[in-house]
Design a protein around this ligand. Sequence first.
Ligand SMILES: Cc1cc2nc3c(=O)[nH]c(=O)nc-3n(C[C@H](O)[C@H](O)[C@H](O)COP(=O)(O)OP(=O)(O)OC[C@H]3O[C@@H](n4cnc5c(N)ncnc54)[C@H](O)[C@@H]3O)c2cc1C
Length: 432
Amino acid sequence: MDTSALQYDVIVVGGGPGGIGAAVAAARQGAHTALLERGGVVGGMLTAGQVQPILGSVAPGSFYDEVVSLLSRGHEDMPPVNTHNGVEVQVDPEQAKERLLRLLIDSGVEVYLHTPVVEVLVEEDRVTGVLAGSAVGLQEFRASVIIDATGDGSAAAMAGAEFEIGRESDGRCQPATIEFIVDHLDPERAISCWGGSDPVKLPDGREYRQVCKEAAASGELPSNVTIVRLHQTYYADERNVNATQANGFDTLSPTDEARAQLLLREQIDMIVAFLRKHAPGFENCRVKSSGAAIGVRETRRITGMDRVEDIDVETGRKRPDVVVHNAWFLIDIHNPAGGGQAEKFAQPAQPYDIPYGALVARDLDGLMMAGRCISGTHRAHASYRVMAICLAIGQAAGTAAALSVKHNCSPRQLKASLVQEALLAQGVKLFD
Ligand SMILES: Cc1cc2nc3c(=O)[nH]c(=O)nc-3n(C[C@H](O)[C@H](O)[C@H](O)COP(=O)(O)OP(=O)(O)OC[C@H]3O[C@@H](n4cnc5c(N)ncnc54)[C@H](O)[C@@H]3O)c2cc1C
């Protein structure tokens, strides 16, 4: 092990939407910031998972707006689509790999790729650093604030922070999926379908979603793949396919993850055969690419000083210590125990506030969360997990971490009003 510790003000673990928002915001607030990413690209699910479109919305002026304008540059002829799911922002994952990395580096973030965090250093009840492996060996990194943006809440769990996982009734999590892109479509005839409540019709008058259900029942599709979602991309001759589904795997276990990945990759062939047979314009479709990693929707939610509750999302509750205002997305629970949705359809939500305390670990000093691993209930998580909201959460977490360093206090002691002041100065709308 390299014994000389690398010293930063803020370390962000994980380079997905939450981590990118956090690292850019911390660096822009003047904090000496490192981002440690276990993979070879930044973007998390957005790039390595090939997840698109960016779903959800937040009040204007946040980092989400900046990322949308960055990723849609050159695609002005293809504006975001409005559906029952709200605004859908397409992404070219290849362009995103370059643009997001450039954004981080230009903002002054030191980016470490292929650097998984394997241990978190804790002294008494304070997180003080991490150990991360890379091609140069095991290295020690020290910082005043560590932000867990791993999606899985792995850094916080390594530190011993308390967490919740899965639904409250039985601990089951939403299923995993590998997304993939098919191309060689007929642009004039190819259909799109954003989900099981989209009543798109086929030329013979049947509903596409019904055809999917029948195929799942007959064995033409896996029994839990009851809808094959076909999202538009920037290119008319391709669709992003969100359909494969692995239920009941422990995706935090590396060997279970491998078994889930094999199952999901086998499903891709069945789904392509189904599309060639049933979906107009897909007769000659081919797999262009697939996520390098399986898409994990749900794992740990780290216990915070505060929590996003069901009622927040259902009623659009406003919070005095808001740091993400008017977060909105459906309560979208892909069935943990089978096909389709857990609650028949994705349930309505009202634009709600995310409080500062949901981003701050309850039990340890120096530890924050960004992205889907913040503190919330299973149903609230099913809404705030989308990328628009994760980007804005990241911005709030990074801003707060830098302010903690500046004021020489722990995030647990930092006043939410100071974070709000800084976010307002960045142009973020926080109040009506
Ligand atoms: C199949 C699927 C479909 C989805 N569809 C949509 C959609 O259409 N639209 C939408 O907006 N959202 C969608 N989502 C949700 C959204 O993609 C995620 O919830 C969101 O990306 C979470 O952001 P994050 O930054 O918290 O985590 P992630 O995007 O998962 O990023 C976490 C990053 O941390 C890194 N990491 C993990 N552990 C370590 C470690 N120990 N050390 C260093 N780095 C580490 C990972 O490699 C990764 O890069 C979908 C999710 C899935 C799984």
